[in-house]
Design a protein around this ligand. Sequence first.
Ligand SMILES: NC(=O)c1ccc[n+]([C@@H]2O[C@H](COP(=O)([O-])OP(=O)(O)OC[C@H]3O[C@@H](n4cnc5c(N)ncnc54)[C@H](OP(=O)(O)O)[C@@H]3O)[C@@H](O)[C@H]2O)c1
Length: 272
Amino acid sequence: MADMKGTGMTVQNGTALITGASSGIGAVYADRLAKRGHDLILVARDRARLDALALRLAAETGRTIDVLAADLADRTQLARVEARLASDTRLDLLVNNAGLALRGSLLADDAAAVERMLAVNVTAATLLARGAAVAFLSRGRGAVITISSALALAPALFDPGYAATKAHLLALSQGLAAQLEPSGIRVQAVLPGMVRTELWQRSGKDPHALPPDRVMAADDLVDAALVGFDRGETVTIPSLADETQWQAAESARACLAPGLSRRDPALRYRNA
Ligand SMILES: NC(=O)c1ccc[n+]([C@@H]2O[C@H](COP(=O)([O-])OP(=O)(O)OC[C@H]3O[C@@H](n4cnc5c(N)ncnc54)[C@H](OP(=O)(O)O)[C@@H]3O)[C@@H](O)[C@H]2O)c1
């Protein structure tokens, strides 16, 4: 993706499909990618908001902005988005962003609410990443950006149900990156800390109660994530000041690999 930001010029890129584009982080991606020269397909449930964003961005950038209203928790509507990924040969970027948190928590909410979160955060995100990967491999180009969360690395700091969905997306992205990057398909997982968006109100939490010095603006988050994308990162943690901490954690994890599958249990697990 050519970055002409700051030059006052835009270049023609392929088409990006952004899920959860009606608000928050997804709406900022839509703005930034249109300004980088991408045509867009905006996906979310709220058609009126998507239409308004599409109109504004088309007027400001001259790009073609399509709207595909879909509830990603509904298997039939999700299939329409998967079909678009497969059939639109100009598509070469998926921003897998739609997601939600529970109003209460894994233990406080009912099973149906947990299932709805899993349907969007896990099932839809996984099937869309899969669909994009298959399509991009056949086109020989493309990238999948997935919005995970810093909670993927710190599941005890928040609701474990939500954190687990985000850990799933980190594992998915790292595994896909290993498989796809030799073919030139880029994969990036973005791990935001707390971001000022509607996610907090939607899940019944008071965003004003959050410590202000720990909450990032959605504009800053997306701009930083795109710098990480342009740097070729597989995992981008926009808040983390010292990137050697992440590199050290990954090196430590890689050291485990040779011992993770053996014929014999480790000595400490053998009966005396
Ligand atoms: N805010 C944070 O602190 C934070 C931190 C780390 C990661 N994240 C992640 O960032 C991503 C974006 O969230 P956000 O913070 O920008 O919150 P947001 O403003 O609430 O945006 C969520 C987006 O997802 C869409 N969405 C929700 N349920 C959907 C469904 N069933 N089908 C289709 N679209 C659906 C919403 O659109 P409609 O309502 O129109 O469908 C909306 O566009 C999420 O994956 C979230 O987990 C957020």
